[in-house]
Design a protein around this ligand. Structure first.
Ligand SMILES: [Fe+2]
Length: 212
């Protein structure tokens, strides 16, 4: 535990997205800021237990409960940052066929459209959580996963390349619960593929450097 860390909420200029209203975004930014605040609060409280240099038996249940909540709050903070950061106003649809992401999707899934269908299907699963496309650092392949809440299902060491929020708060002001597929289509239409490309290239550079 680093007692000195204080996270600050990032700012995202996303008004005017396609199919995701400004009202939804404003509400969603506030929710995200709550995760940043709660992460800081948890860290402060946990640090409080360590002031004496030890956690005694009496404190252990409270200390354990707070520590277990770190996974929820940290992932809630970080995944929202990935999500917001990879959308932009005026996005142009699918990534270029020459992009690393397009080629990685072909290599990993047999085609970009097949990757997209699988990613959308994961996003349409019942329950609240996230669809995340990672790069597997061992193989370089893309890998789609379902994350329950914020913390159940993240794969240690895998690098998030595209992150889609499918909690109902992400779309309920704009769509009915049963219309989640429409929200997912709207999400795809807003993806900033240059950001996704940057994440993939960074992951590839790290992987290549690590294997030398
Ligand atoms: Fe969210």
């Amino acid at each position: 535990m680093n007692y000195n860390i204080t996270y600050k909420p990032k700012q995202f200029n996303l008004s005017g997205l396609n199919g995701i209203s400004d009202k939804t975004l404003e509400m969603h930014f506030k929710l995200y800021e709550g995760y940043v605040k709660n992460t800081n609060t948890l860290n402060e409280k946990i640090a409080g237990f360590w002031k004496e240099g030890t956690v005694d038996q009496e404190e252990m249940p409270d200390y354990s409960e707070l520590t277990r909540r770190l996974g929820f709050e940290y992932n809630g903070m970080v995944l929202h940052e990935h999500y917001f950061d990879s959308m932009k106003k005026g996005a142009t649809g699918d990534p270029p066929k020459t992009s690393s992401f397009f080629k990685a999707a072909e290599r990993s899934f047999g085609g970009f459209e097949i990757w997209k269908r699988e990613f959308a299907s994961i996003g349409n699963m019942r329950g609240v959580g996230w669809a995340i496309c990672y790069e597997d650092p061992a193989t370089g392949y893309l890998s789609n996963h379902w994350i329950t809440l914020h913390e159940v299902g993240n794969v240690a060491g895998f690098i998030p390349i595209l992150v889609m929020d499918v909690w109902e708060h992400a779309f309920l002001l704009d769509y009915k619960p049963a219309d989640r597929p429409k929200y997912i289509e709207a999400f795809f239409s807003n993806v900033d593929w240059a950001v996704v490309e940057g994440r993939l290239q960074k992951a590839t550079t790290q992987r290549t450097a690590a294997s030398k």
